[in-house]
Design a protein around this ligand. Sequence first.
Ligand code: ATP
Length: 348
Amino acid sequence: MSVAVTIETIEKRFENFPALRGVSLDIQPGELVALLGPSGSGKTTLLRLIAGLEEADRGRVLFGETDTRDLSLRERRIGFVFQQYALFKTMNVADNIAFGLRSRPRGERPGASEIGRRVKELLELVQLPGLEKRYPSQLSGGQRQRVALARALAIEPRVLLLDEPFGALDAKVRKDLRAWLRELHGRTGHTTVFVTHDQEEALELADRVAILNEGRIEQVGSADDVYDHPATPFVCEFLGEVNKLPVKVVGSQAFFGDRPVLGGLAQNQGGPASLYVRPQHLRIVDETPLALPGTVEHLRRNGPLRRAEVAVDGLKKRLDVDLASQVAPAIGERVRLRITHGNLFAAA
Ligand code: ATP
């Protein structure tokens, strides 16, 4: 039932503004792909193009082998969940879920008892059994979005499109629903495209993440791919906090001034570069040949971790360092930092 979605060099302008500038993406049947990017990067436009709610100026979208321009909206069979206002307020839960089934043409419309059975089944699937008679106003935000998902699933969609479905909910509910959706997807296996601007959500939920910036895809890959091996400085910075260090590459080593700071580099084209290092990839160490000497200038808590700001000798900006639980430096203490992982980009 699930279908592959192929997006081929899509371009889309609104008046003169290029919202999408040559976007290509292959989505496998049953895959859950997150479109991640800042506000205005083109995520929703791409989702609406897949749904058939917008038309591309160039390029095409295929479902399997079929160009979607040859399919009517009904034939595309899209399940769509929006951030808010997804449910009809004047209909109870059962009628909301049944809406898509009742809208089918006469010959394809299931009978009342079949619809009733299907609604019950779907409410069990989204873990809200027995809520048929409730109205949207009598549900929590998280329950409403689960009903919206049940409604989207009722039509047995070929592709499920979710536009920031948990965006309006508070952090705890969001986190629960994320795990819940992941599990649900494991059971139902719909080809799913999920739009979010929340890095954590995309990395936790998706089989693959496509990172958009100004109407282009900067990188597509698994959470580990994009987080550990970002293809561009934008991806690296967008996915989490990062320190930047100007270095010079000689052979397979990066040097900060005269000090070698990271070895074993594959990119050995040489010359000046920027080394991007996440706070958790800097470690306070005793003695090591590859180390950055500096002074602890500030200590603070950063969520579950403690964070030190270290003024490295010869560098204007302090480096953020996540501290292992057994490490407790004092302010003013001289320390040596070892870089355990970094990403090199051409110097800006
Ligand atoms: P957000 O996270 O804020 O929803 P997004 O990544 O989903 O952002 P889009 O909604 O796809 O971004 O918009 C991409 C760009 O296209 C934005 O600059 C937006 O202003 C513009 N745009 C989108 N729809 C229209 C429209 N109907 N008319 C004019 N410009 C539009």
